[in-house]
Structure formats: structure tokens, C-alpha cells
Write a protein that binds this ligand. Structure first.
Ligand code: CA
Length: 341
């Protein structure tokens, strides 16, 4: 085993308490939000969420974990309670700018250890594109993260095209992260009297549901023809591609023939999508994705602080793949895609 020169992980989260509190207050006022006393939500959060101290820290505490698990650089993005989905345009812009500014100043204190993805006020797509521009040019961010859906709409709706066009213009990727799925979908697919309510909540979210949803979001973007319009656009998909990378043949065989696209679904997928493990350190999945997409399309990620595996570096260094592939996945692809010095 040859030690890798560097490990860069790119799906790593933080929150800012003051912003998440304002987001929660807005959501409760607007639509009831997640009722603070809902026992199922409470139990789910106690199982799934890290302590606030871990997620709020963009400094020493996080760096201790990084040192223990062999991570040199984390690329950070806003976690739960993100201001992305605020439906009031002015408030969304204000909170996203504040979150991006705060992250930028934390990165400034540790410029060799952290980099950032912006959070965007998608309620106002033109403002979101402008904020992406500002975040990249003025704050030095490396792209942005889009989570789940917005107000019941997937991001393949034409109104969001300016955000993708801006990413292409700036030559930065957009990280398409899972988000909470609609209640009626969660109830239909994932709830049952055969298991506890909290299991239904987990099944609908991190247990399976939001991964399927995030994968469908990527297929929808491809099907919408976005890569015919913006052929150089680069997207990132976590959790080894949210199940899509494992289904490309079938998508080509069945769905491609009914779409009016220039190329097969797998062609777009293999040329425009990067996938990351999000802390799912499985050799079987790693090998499959290398076979299917090639090592050039895989970037490393740990999903800190939701997962805090100390073997982040060791998993890759000891994986049964070539040294060249390990170097690409461990840091070279991230340096190239995100233009990290
Ligand atoms: Ca995540």
C-alpha cells in the first residue's frame, strides 16, 4: 500500500444555528413546517442527526476529526435547515448570502483545510444565479449544492435553467444532494402498520426514499434535455450516484428510446455526472462504479458529520483498485473539477 499524497472529501456539511433557526421559524409560520413536538420527527432526529456541536463547528473540532481520519481538505456545504428552500424571495436571498459569507470567513481562517459550495436562493432563480456568480468570483467558492426539490418542483423545470447556465458559464459543478420528499409520497411508499412510525420516516429519508428521489432528479435532468442545451454542464451525485449508476443499461434500453435526446441516457451520465460515495465505503460499489463510469468520474466524500468513519483514508488506500485510480478518486479529480490549488 502506497500512502496517498492527499485526501479531499466534498460532501461535508455544516449549519449556522442563527440561520437554521430563522429558516425553521419561517417554515413554521408558512406551512406548519416540522412540528417541533412531533414525537416521530424527534425520535428520527435523535437517531439520524449529529450533535449540533459537530455540525456547527468549522474549525478545530472538525479538524481533529479530519486529522484522525486522514482527510486533508473538506469541501463544505450547508446541511439541514438550509435557507435554499425559503419561498420568500427577499428572505431567501438574505439568508443564503449570510450563510455563504459566514462560510467564506470560516474558510479564510483555515484556507488549507476547507473550501466551499454555495447555498442558493432558488425561489428567485435569477438571484440564485447571481449569488452563485458572487460566491465563486468574490468568495472563492468551488460550485454550489442544490438539495432535493423546491416547493414541489424538481430542478429540471425551465425556470431553474439560469442557475445551471451560470454554473456552466463559471465552469463550476452543482452538487445534487437529496432532500426531504413530499409527505404524500412518503406515506404511499414508506409508511405501514407493519413497522414503527419512526421506521417509516427513516425509510422515506436516509434509509432509502430520498436517495431514490435524488436519483430520479438526475434522470429527470437528463430527460429534460439539459445536457443538449448545456453540453458542458457538470453535476455531482452522492451515494454512488443515488442508485442511477447501477441502472444505466435498463435506462438506455427502455427510457432512452422514448425520449427526444441527441444521445443515450448513459452517454450523458458518463460524460456530465461525477459520483461520490458519501461515506458509503463499500468495495463492491466502488468497483462497480469504476467499471461503469471510470475512475475519472469518481470523487471522494464522507458525509461528515452524519457519518464519522475514522477509516476514510484507509478505505481508499487499501481498496482493491489501482494506485492511479486511488489518486484520481482521493484528490486529483477534485483538484481538477473544483480547481483546488
Ligand atoms: Ca449529505
Amino acid at each position: 500500500m502506497v500512502p496517498l499524497k492527499k485526501i479531499i472529501t466534498i460532501e461535508e456539511h455544516f449549519i449556522l444555528k442563527s440561520i437554521s433557526q430563522r429558516v425553521a421559524a419561517f417554515n413554521i409560520k408558512e406551512n406548519g413546517g416540522i412540528a417541533p413536538n412531533d414525537p416521530v420527527q424527534k425520535e428520527l432526529m435523535s437517531i439520524g442527526l449529529p450533535t449540533n456541536d459537530d455540525i456547527e463547528d468549522i474549525g478545530e473540532r472538525r479538524i481533529i476529526f479530519m486529522n484522525e481520519s486522514g482527510i486533508d481538505v473538506q469541501v463544505l456545504s450547508y446541511g439541514p435547515g438550509s435557507p435554499q428552500n425559503i419561498t420568500d424571495k427577499a428572505l431567501a436571498v438574505e439568508l443564503c448570502q449570510e450563510a455563504n459569507n459566514e462560510l467564506a470567513s470560516s474558510i479564510k481562517r483555515h484556507p488549507t483545510r476547507f473550501a466551499g459550495f454555495a447555498v442558493l436562493p432558488v425561489a428567485d432563480p435569477a438571484a440564485a444565479a447571481e449569488e452563485l456568480d458572487r460566491a465563486v468570483k468574490e468568495l472563492g467558492f468551488k460550485g454550489a449544492m442544490l438539495s432535493g426539490t423546491f416547493n414541489g418542483c424538481f430542478f429540471d423545470e425551465p425556470e431553474f435553467l439560469p442557475v445551471f447556465a451560470k454554473a456552466l458559464e463559471l465552469d463550476v459543478p452543482l452538487y445534487m444532494h437529496p432532500g426531504v420528499i413530499p409527505k404524500n409520497i412518503a406515506a404511499h411508499y414508506y409508511e405501514s402498520n407493519n413497522w414503527p412510525a419512526v421506521a417509516g420516516g427513516m425509510f422515506a429519508s436516509a434509509g432509502y426514499g430520498w436517495h431514490l428521489d435524488a436519483g430520479i432528479a438526475i434522470i429527470r435532468l437528463i430527460a429534460s434535455g439539459i445536457f443538449d442545451q448545456l453540453p458542458g454542464l457538470k453535476l455531482i451525485s452522492g451515494h454512488w450516484g443515488e442508485l442511477v449508476a447501477f441502472f444505466l443499461d435498463r435506462l438506455d434500453d427502455q427510457l432512452s428510446k422514448t425520449l427526444k435526446l441527441d444521445r443515450k441516457i448513459s452517454d450523458y451520465y458518463k460524460s456530465n455526472i461525477y459520483v461520490t460515495p458519501s461515506g458509503l465505503f463499500s468495495n463492491a460499489q466502488l468497483k462497480y462504479v469504476i467499471d461503469e463510469l471510470g475512475a475519472d468520474k469518481i470523487i471522494y466524500s464522507g458525509d461528515y458529520p452524519f457519518l464519522t468513519y475514522k477509516n476514510t483514508r484507509q478505505f481508499l488506500e487499501t481498496a482493491p483498485i489501482s494506485q492511479e485510480a486511488k489518486e484520481k478518486i482521493g484528490y486529483k479529480n477534485a483538484e481538477k473539477l473544483l480547481r483546488l490549488e
